[in-house]
Ligand binder design. Structure first.
Ligand SMILES: [Zn+2]
Length: 56
């Protein structure tokens, strides 16, 4: 007991442009986050999105 596995990552981070799974995160509920992947095309689109993430 007490072992932390990485098998219950219910959160999924998807690219909002192409739907690629970017990463998974450990959350208590099934949750989907949208971000953009490293694809050049998606990065270009990302500069035009309305939502602005002030992270990073
Ligand atoms: Zn993408």
């Amino acid at each position: 007991m007490g072992q932390n596995g990485h098998m219950n990552d219910l959160g999924t981070i998807l690219c909002k442009h192409c739907g690629e799974v970017i990463d998974t995160v450990d959350t208590d509920n099934v949750v989907t986050f949208y971000s953009s992947c490293k694809n050049d095309h998606c990065n270009e689109l990302n500069s035009e999105v309305l939502f602005n993430d002030s992270e990073g």
